[in-house]
Design a protein around this ligand. Structure first.
Ligand SMILES: [Zn+2]
Length: 332
């Protein structure tokens, strides 16, 4: 068994047990798991048996990192290979490139980027490298330049001469990079709360959007860069009346930087657009974003603790039934 096999099996067991538990408690009235032990892919909702851990079959269950591994994330759930390939490669790339682009634009140490250098009418290509101590080095390769041109360029570079620099941009799709944030937030929610509410049709919009990254169907303003202390990072609930939502908060790390992100995942009580609008209005009122949040007890296991699961679902239901009348006190 490889390390990957072991990791997949542990995650499969955790979520298959959670699904079984919820089904036995009668909390999934519309879902009948297809197998004795079933894992449902949170993105396409296909049912998989333990056989799907065999990586040689056509569409096995694969490790999913949320946020992406390349930005410091860890594997915390499984998605089927089809979903993983489709949403992973096509959207995560744009988030990673954007983070690197931000590092470069701030000239952060340990960054490297391609640029065009122009002096006295001669243009050459090269790479700029910012070292750990902030020293900037320009590298010109014969391979990417006309040798005579490069020679003339270098000969003419004397101290105090001005060189014009044009940065060569990587093709980042601004919508896809946001989808990568949505996927990270959605899968972090699944990883923390299991199947308790994620199978609800409310989340089909997120699933549809992730499966069809070419078509824009989800609102774009579901994320922001928070200034919360690190202790709150995780998957808290915003419990404040009128603003109720799930708020996965995580940091994206590169060689040179660490940036916090928060994504708004709606509850099953109202459309995402309403939640976003309410939070936006709140932002406009005060630049400091302080709302009542329930960190949902870092020590409470929402996959196995029946009391905690029921309390959470009762709270969500109470919001649906009579708006903001009932208060929820989580003392577990
Ligand atoms: Zn899938």
């Amino acid at each position: 068994m490889t390390n990957g096999d072991k990791k997949r099996k542990v995650i499969f067991d955790k979520f298959a047990d959670n699904l079984k538990l919820l089904a036995e408690l009668g909390l999934l009235p519309t879902i009948t798991p297809k197998f004795e032990r079933t894992y449902i892919c949170p993105i396409c909702l296909d049912h998989f048996s333990v056989e799907a851990l065999d990586q040689t079959i056509k569409n096995p269950l694969t490790l999913e990192d949320a946020p992406p591994k390349s930005l410091g994330g860890k594997a915390n759930s499984l998605t089927c290979k089809r979903c993983n390939n489709h949403c992973g490669q096509t959207i995560d790339y744009h988030l990673k490139e954007r983070m690197r682009e931000l590092d470069r634009s701030q000239f952060l140490p340990k960054t490297e980027f391609n640029a065009k250098f122009e002096h006295n009418g001669t243009t050459v290509q090269g790479t700029i490298r910012i070292e750990e101590d902030g020293k900037i080095t320009a590298i010109h390769k014969n391979k990417t330049n006309h040798p005579t041109k490069l020679e003339t360029f270098i000969k003419n570079i004397l101290p105090d001469r001005i060189i014009n620099l044009t940065f060569l941009k990587t093709p980042v799709d601004p919508f896809k990079l946001q989808l990568a944030l949505l996927k990270a937030g959605f899968l972090m929610t699944f990883s923390k709360y299991g199947y308790s509410f994620i199978l609800n049709p409310t989340y089909d919009r997120i699933r549809q959007q992730l499966q069809h990254p070419e078509k824009t169907s989800y609102p774009k303003e579901f994320w922001f860069q928070p200034l919360f202390p690190k202790e709150i990072y995780g998957v808290p609930f915003i419990t404040e009346a009128g603003l109720e939502a799930i708020l996965p908060i995580f940091s994206l790390t590169t060689k040179s930087s660490e940036r916090p992100f928060a994504t708004i995942i709606p509850l099953t009580i109202k459309p995402i657009e309403e939640t976003i609008l309410e939070l936006k209005n709140r932002f406009e009122k005060s630049s400091e974003f302080s709302v009542t949040m329930d960190p949902m007890g870092p020590n409470v296991d929402y996959l196995t603790n029946v009391e905690a699961i029921k309390k959470m679902l009762t709270w969500i239901d109470s919001k649906k039934a009579n708006g903001t009348q009932r208060k929820w006190n989580d003392k577990t």
